[in-house]
Design a protein around this ligand. Structure first.
Ligand code: CTP
Ligand code: CA
Length: 223
């Protein structure tokens, strides 16, 4: 134990972070997914560890290296992410849902490869909104969501913040090269439940992660 080491702002805090896309199986050989790379969620996990937090990372399939010193739980589908998040939720102080959870899954899963002769379309069923469910059972936890938008960014994000009972929502404009799913940079705005909006310039995803965590630390210190 090194006495010269300063206490870190997130010492003793448990953070649950979700990252990456989910995969919704159609049959054993095909699935529905999105372009999420997981980079934003992984950057959050790395920076939260650096700030002293105990980090649980629940991640969909990505090509990224698992960050050091995190409790890592790989999942595939939205249903699996939902189950794991619920399992870990009670023992956590802060949740950041950075994952791009698929809104739909194929209604029926076929154990055998579907044949084009006999099927013409895929029926979809809606997945549970994980964050919305957490918002209903919040009990003093800090809940942070992401809003991936291509139009009406702030308006849609503010609606999500209210609807899901969040403390903060991070808006990012998808579909742009420098702030898209696979970029190393991001242009975000952070909206707090008091209506304050902070628009940040183009930053690396690590810098964005630090700005988001800084806001969370401020929030903890206010309460
Ligand atoms: N989210 C979730 N469970 C889902 C879908 C989304 O927990 N089934 C979370 C995301 O991780 C994100 C937030 O909800 O933190 C907003 O996700 P987003 O896709 O931007 O919004 P939706 O509410 O799904 O609405 P839409 O996709 O129609 O814009
Ligand atoms: Ca969605």
């Amino acid at each position: 134990f090194d006495k010269s080491e300063k206490p870190k702002p997130l010492n003793g805090k448990k953070i649950l972070i979700t990252a990456g896309p989910t995969r919704e199986a159609i049959d054993p050989f095909r699935y529905i997914t999105n372009y999420s790379s997981g980079k934003m969620g992984y950057a959050l996990a790395i920076e939260a560890v650096n700030l002293g937090a105990q980090v649980t990372l629940i991640s969909g399939p990505t090509n990224l290296e698992v960050p050091k010193n995190v409790n890592y739980y790989p999942i595939t589908s939205a249903t699996q992410m939902h189950e794991k998040v619920i399992e870990k939720f009670t023992d956590t102080d802060i949740v950041i849902m950075a994952a791009a959870v698929s809104d739909y899954r194929p209604k029926d899963y076929s154990k055998n490869k579907l044949k084009k002769e006999t099927f013409n379309s895929i029926e979809l069923a809606k997945n549970t909104d994980i964050l919305m469910e957490l918002g209903k059972n919040k009990k003093g936890k800090i809940l942070v969501g992401f809003a991936a938008e291509s139009i009406n960014l702030k308006e849609y994000a503010l609606e999500k913040l209210k609807k899901k009972n969040l403390d903060m929502i991070v808006v990012n404009e998808i579909g742009k090269e420098e702030s898209g799913f696979n970029a190393d940079t991001n242009k975000i705005a952070i909206i707090e439940d008091n209506g304050i909006i902070e628009e940040l310039p183009l930053l690396t995803k690590s810098q964005c992660a630090n700005e988001i965590l800084k806001k969370i630390i401020q929030k903890i210190q206010q309460d």
